[in-house]
Each structure stands twice: as C-alpha cells, then as structure tokens.
Write a protein that binds this ligand. Structure first.
Ligand code: FRU
Length: 505
C-alpha cells in the first residue's frame, strides 16, 4: 500500500513538472534567484566595482505576483550574489525600471558628498491598475532603498518600464518608457530625476505585437561605417507575436538629439529581431559602466510570457541569459546589431578539447565535451550535406538539436522532442535566416543544463531557447544528412561552481 501511494505521488509530481527539482539540471553559470519567481532584469547599473542586477521578483511564490525588485551583485558579470529584496511591493507593485548613479547629485538625494543611486520604476497601483513612475534612492550601494514616491502620473494603466540615462550633450536626464497598448515609446526629460517633461513619441513602427514593453535607448559606434560614425539604438520588447511566437524583441537604428528619436533614412517597416529564439525578453542594458569600458552590455530574461508561469522548474522559476556585449555594424543589409557573450565568461572555462577536420555523415560523432554546462566554438563547412545537426541527447533519449540547412539558408534550434511535455506549443523549431552561400558558418554555443544560447557568425544572429529535458547526463554529437560536412570544434566545460544559489544574510 505504501509503495503504491508513493508511486502515485511520484507520478503526480512528475506530471506537474517536478522533474526539475533535481539539482543536477539547475543552470550553473546563468543567474537564477535561489527560489521563487523572476521576470525582467531591472535597474542595471555599475557603481564602485559592482554590477547591479535588480529583477522583477515575487518574494512569496514561484508564479508572477507581488512584484518587487529582487537584487543581485557581481564584480565580474559572471559570479552573482543574491541580496535581500531591494524594493518591496507596497500599495503599488514595483514594476520594471532602471537605475542610475546621480554623479552630480541633481536629485539632492546624496549624502556626505557621495552620489546616490536612484531607481526609476513603474508603480502599478494594486487597486486601480494605474501605472505611474516612481523614484527610490540608496546611499549604501543599493543595500537599502528609500521610496521618494511618485514623480510622473498621466492617468494611464499602460504607461511603464522607464529606462533613464544621463544625456551628456543636453546635460539632462532622459527617460524612455512605453505606452504599451498603443505601441509607442515615449521620451521625457528631467534636470533632477523628479520633474519630468514630455519630449516626444515614437511608433507604432516595425512589429506591433500585443504590446510594447521594456524599451532601451543608447548610442553605439558603427563598425564598418563612416569614420567616427555613431548611431542610436532603440530596442523594444513585444509582449506577444514576436518572431518565434510569444514574446520577443525588435530594434530600430537612428539618431537621437536629446528630444526625438528618428530612424535612419531608408530603415523601412520590416522588423529587425533581437533574437530568433523563444526565450529572450525584456532585454535591457547597463548604465554607468566605467569610462575605461566602452562596451554596451545587456541581459535578457530567458523566458516567454506564453509559458513563463508553467515552466517545470523548482524551487525557482526564471532565468537570465548571460550578459552580452552588443555592437552595431553597417552591413550590406544596412545597420545591424550583433551580440556576443561577455568575455568575462572565459574565466569559467575548464581545459579545452579541440578536434580539427571532423568528417560528419549519417552516423553521429560524439563531441568531446560533457554536454551539461559548456561552451562550443564550431567552424562548419557544410560540404555536400543537406542538413547538419549538433544534437544534445539526455539519458532518456530526449533530444535538442542545433541544425544548419544550407539549401534554405537557415540555422535553427529544434526543441520539438527536447523533454517531457508541459505546455502546448512549447515544442517547436526556431529559425534564424543566415546566408549559407559560402558553405561556411561559425556557431558559438553556450549550453547550461536547460538553456542554449546560440551565437551565429559572430553573433550577427542569435537564437536563445530553453529546453526542459529528461534525466541523465547530456551528450553532444554531430551528424550530417544527404552528404558529408566537416567541422572544427573547440569545447570547454564551464563552471563548475554554482554561482546562482548564494544568498547573503
Ligand atoms: C515585461 C513586463 C513589464 C512590466 C513587468 C511586470 O515582462 O510585463 O512591462 O513592468 O513585466 O512584472
């Protein structure tokens, strides 16, 4: 009787997705809170040797609710330490927003001649649904926060996600937020982070999706452009109907004079996607990186609103991508972003395994790495093959495939058979268009137990997908159909320390 009951309970747990309770498939080098629900990255700011990562967090459960700002810090962007909740829910939930270092103490919140850290976020009134912008500040490196209160209320229930930064040329603060349901980005300016004045509006444009959320606006040098050329990037997240189904992101390239953003001439209305996978959302970049570091670094929530509340993980639900350096290039197709994992990730590498000139055919060739948490750099020559597959197989035979289809210029991740079913529509193939005319493609793969981040041809395309596999160790193999292909591969185990589970008292 006892055994029957235990078996019954066990089956119930499995059905509800409790498979991921097994600690061996918790990602190791991607940030996840120790427990409970997490969505968007918030308040990304660097100050005094620390990168801050605040995030949408439910302190009380593993589904969306009671939104508060969780907090983690890192000194190198790859080892994160979770800290206590920074900004809790009150009569408003603390929705997404940003943080700045107010170097000149324009806000007057500073103490003892030290600049304050100021957070600007959306307060969602829990009774009325009103969304207005709030300010809070900290004088102790983000450990304790004082809510100053509401600073911008236009009587809307869909006005949110302020990204604030210092605009040096006009010497004032700029906020970009969204009128979510109208598919508009709105820009406000302020001398002191408290008094805000409307400046301009952008959109609808590109893809409307269900709504627009979590905008960002920053300037980048144009690689391959005119000498000294710089342009502004406006990134916009779409709540649904993005490229892989569900939520995702698009971007626009143009100019910003401190008041108005305008796309470059000839930009057109075709959407440019930030990523071709299903799990890259609410992407936002760090403010105030040190002057010695010219990079623009952003991070995304590796999830999708269609199934975010259902993913079979426990005791935390929600994961960030690795931080990525984002660059802007002038290409034959016009201005395009590229992304690469931050180089700091190399500190996690174990001993490399190198194979040159592997010939691939129908019989899968094992790749020289464990498959759990690793990095692969692959140079592929598609040869005479019709399709090339890099396959991750678990102990139960579930497979997740990175595929290359030269005839149709596609690189994809296929997770149609990647693990036990938990959500209708999760099983799918996510395709990035890639010119494979040369027969050569470079794949840079980060895998971490339940996530693949794929950077194609130096990150000119990326595919980010989670997968929720069965038990047993993961093994990589490679094969080719319809002909032969060759590849060079360098593989590193990443880790081994689990850096996501540390909770400071
Ligand atoms: C995006 C989002 C934001 C909002 C937050 C609430 O994922 O919907 O627009 O501020 O999540 O948690």
């Amino acid at each position: 009787m006892k055994r029957t009951l235990a078996a019954f309970i066990g089956a119930g747990l499995l059905a509800s997705g409790a498979q991921a309770q097994r600690p061996d498939i918790r990602p190791t080098y991607h940030f996840a809170p120790q427990r409970n629900w997490m969505n968007d990255p918030n308040g990304l700011v660097y100050y005094d040797g620390e990168y801050h990562l605040f995030f949408q967090y439910n302190p009380y459960g593993d589904r969306w609710g009671h939104m508060s700002w969780g907090h983690a810090v890192s000194r190198d962007l790859v080892h994160w330490q979770q800290l206590p909740v920074a900004i809790p829910e009150t009569d408003v939930m603390a929705f997404s927003g940003s943080a700045v270092v107010d170097w000149d103490n324009t806000s007057g919140f500073g103490q003892g001649g030290k600049p304050p850290m100021v957070a600007i976020y959306t307060g969602q009134n829990v009774k009325t649904g009103n969304q207005s912008q709030f300010v809070a500040y900290s004088n102790d490196h983000g450990r304790h926060w004082t809510v100053h209160g509401k600073v911008l209320d236009i009587g809307s229930t869909a006005f949110r996600d302020p990204k604030v930064f210092w605009h040096a040329a006009t010497r004032r603060w700029v906020m970009v937020a969204v009128m979510a349901d109208e598919n508009r980005a709105v820009i406000y300016t302020s001398p002191n982070l408290k008094d805000w004045r409307f400046a301009s509006s952008f959109g609808p444009a590109g893809r409307r999706g269900k709504n627009w959320e979590c905008p960002d606006l920053f300037e980048l040098p144009v690689e391959g452009g005119a000498p000294g050329e710089k342009r502004w990037v406006l990134s916009i997240n779409l709540g649904d109907n993005a490229v892989a189904g569900g939520s995702g992101g698009q971007y626009f390239v143009g100019d910003f004079d401190g008041t108005t953003f305008k796309t470059v001439p000839g930009w057109g209305d075709q959407p440019r996607w930030l990523d071709y996978g299903a799990d890259f959302y609410a992407t936002v970049s760090w403010n105030d990186l040190p002057k010695s570091d010219p990079r623009r670094i952003w991070i995304g929530w590796a999830n999708n609103w269609r199934y975010a509340n259902d993913i079979p993980t426990y005791p935390s639900r929600g994961l960030m991508t690795v931080p990525r350096a984002v660059t802007l290039h002038k290409t034959a197709d016009g201005y395009r972003l590229a992304q690469a994992p931050v180089k700091e990730i190399e500190a996690l590498r174990g001993a490399p395994q190198v194979r040159h000139g592997l010939t691939l055919g129908e019989t899968p060739v094992p790749l020289p790495v464990s498959g759990g948490s690793d990095e692969l750099a692959v140079d592929l020559d598609t040869g005479s093959a019709r399709q090339i597959a890099l396959t991750l197989t678990d102990g139960e035979g579930y497979q997740t495939v990175i595929g290359v289809n030269p005839a149709v210029d596609e690189v994809f991740i296929d997770r149609t058979r990647s693990g036990p079913h938990f959500f209708d529509g999760f099983e799918d193939r996510h395709i990035a268009p890639v010119d494979l005319g040369s027969g050569k493609v470079r794949l840079h793969v980060l895998v971490d137990q339940s996530i693949i981040e794929l950077f194609i041809n130096n990150g000119s395309r990326t595919i980010t997908d989670r997968f929720f596999r069965g038990g047993g160790a993961l093994r990589w193999s490679a094969s080719a159909l319809g002909g032969t292909a060759t590849m060079d591969v360098t593989a590193w185990p990443l880790g081994p320390e689990r850096n996501t589970a540390m909770l400071m008292p």
